[in-house]
Design a protein around this ligand. Structure first.
Ligand code: GLY
Length: 366
């Protein structure tokens, strides 16, 4: 499998792949060189990555043998101001300084809170993401979005603070539960819908035809997704324009996730995005004339991979109330990314509330 180490995120980004040297060896070399050599290192883990990934990291990256580690709660619970304050206190107690570096070993929740803590500590210290989930590898770890949740609404407070490096070691995917892999496949579908029809078709064929998810084949899409995300972020790091395309599926997805987490039962981020993507592709057909076949292909994969919740009218109204809170809205219009066709996204499409209700109710009727 491909190993990737992205370094120095902006123009000088290097992607070191197609090499026999593992990305963890490259990380070791990086940490032993200037300006890391001698810096205090702190590894952020959750309970899962503490058990399954930290031993691998420490055994392969000798530069981290004296690193301290901090454990945060699993999942969205980690992304709170309280956890951030505890981590800032722990860093101070451990003598962290402006030269220190935080290594986030985990999925999107670990990199979101770790990046947030790095952005705030002493007005900004360095951090490196070592994603252990598929979503982390293709999306969350890249691009410098950091955030915590406030009052059950996702990512309401945060900074753009770019990681110094992103170290992708695909063997960590072996430690994932099926629902987390499925989450990553939906996010992968989002990326391929934005950029490459033949790759999207191949993913659908692979992911909706097998009893067991073919992990090795799925992992072959990682470099393309990484390249695409990197190029979008490099041209618009602070999401003023083109970067908004990466929110495809997320206007509905975030609201679904926040609503279900608070009122029903928690749902993994990527699965909420998968549902959101279906709603947004449905509206893409209705409003922008996207091909129905693309919608149907996506739905086939979505429903094949996972059993999904059903929404009642009450749920629909609850989700709508979270959509009104979304950061991407302006002047009380609900703005969304839709597709004209694969590879042709349109940003800032205004939706009225009846269109949103229609898409959510349609969701249960495939
Ligand atoms: N996950 C979307 C972005 O990084 O912009």
């Amino acid at each position: 499998m491909l190993n990737i180490l992205l370094q120095g995120f902006y123009m000088k980004t290097k992607i070191l792949n197609n090499s026999r040297i593992s990305s963890l060896s490259k990380l070791n070399r990086l940490l032993l060189s200037e300006p890391y050599n001698g810096a205090k290192s702190f590894i952020l883990v959750d309970e899962n990555t503490y058990t399954h990934c930290l031993p691998v990291l420490i055994s392969k990256v000798s530069a981290l043998e004296n690193a301290e580690f901090f454990e945060v709660p699993v999942g969205e619970e980690a992304k709170s101001l309280e956890v951030a304050a505890q981590l800032w206190g722990a860093l101070l107690d451990s003598g962290a300084d402006r030269n220190s570096v935080i290594l986030n070993l985990g999925g999107g929740c670990v990199s979101d809170i770790g990046g947030f803590v790095a952005a705030g500590f002493k007005r900004g210290i360095r951090y490196i993401n070592i994603p252990t989930t598929l979503i982390g590898m293709i999306d969350a770890a890249i691009g410098g979005k950091t955030a915590v949740n406030v009052e059950n609404a996702k990512n309401q407070v945060g900074f753009f603070h770019q990681p110094e490096a992103v170290c992708i070691y695909p063997d960590f995917l072996d430690t994932l539960e099926p629902k987390d892999l499925v989450s990553g496949i939906y996010e992968m579908a989002k990326t391929l819908l934005l950029c490459d029809k033949s790759a999207f078709d191949r993913l659908v064929r692979l992911a909706s035809g097998c009893v067991k998810i073919p992990l090795k084949e799925i992992a072959t899409f990682i470099p393309q997704c990484v390249d695409f995300k990197k190029s979008v972020v490099e041209s618009d790091p602070c999401e003023k324009s083109i970067r908004k395309i990466l929110n495809l599926g997320h206007t509905f997805g975030h609201a679904i996730e926040s609503y279900l987490n608070e009122k029903v039962q928690p749902i993994p981020h990527g699965i909420a995005v998968g549902i959101g993507l279906k709603c947004e592709l449905y509206l893409s057909v209705k409003k922008l004339g996207m091909s129905e076949k693309t919608y149907e292909d996506y739905c086939r994969m979505l429903h094949y991979l996972c059993e999904l919740p059903k929404f009642t009218l009450k749920d629909t109204e609850g989700i709508l109330s979270y959509m009104r809170l979304d950061k991407k809205n302006s002047d009380s219009l609900i703005l969304c990314v839709l597709l004209q066709e694969i590879g042709a996204p349109v940003i800032d499409v205004a939706l009225d509330e009846n269109e949103i209700r229609d898409a959510l109710l349609k969701f249960g009727k495939f």
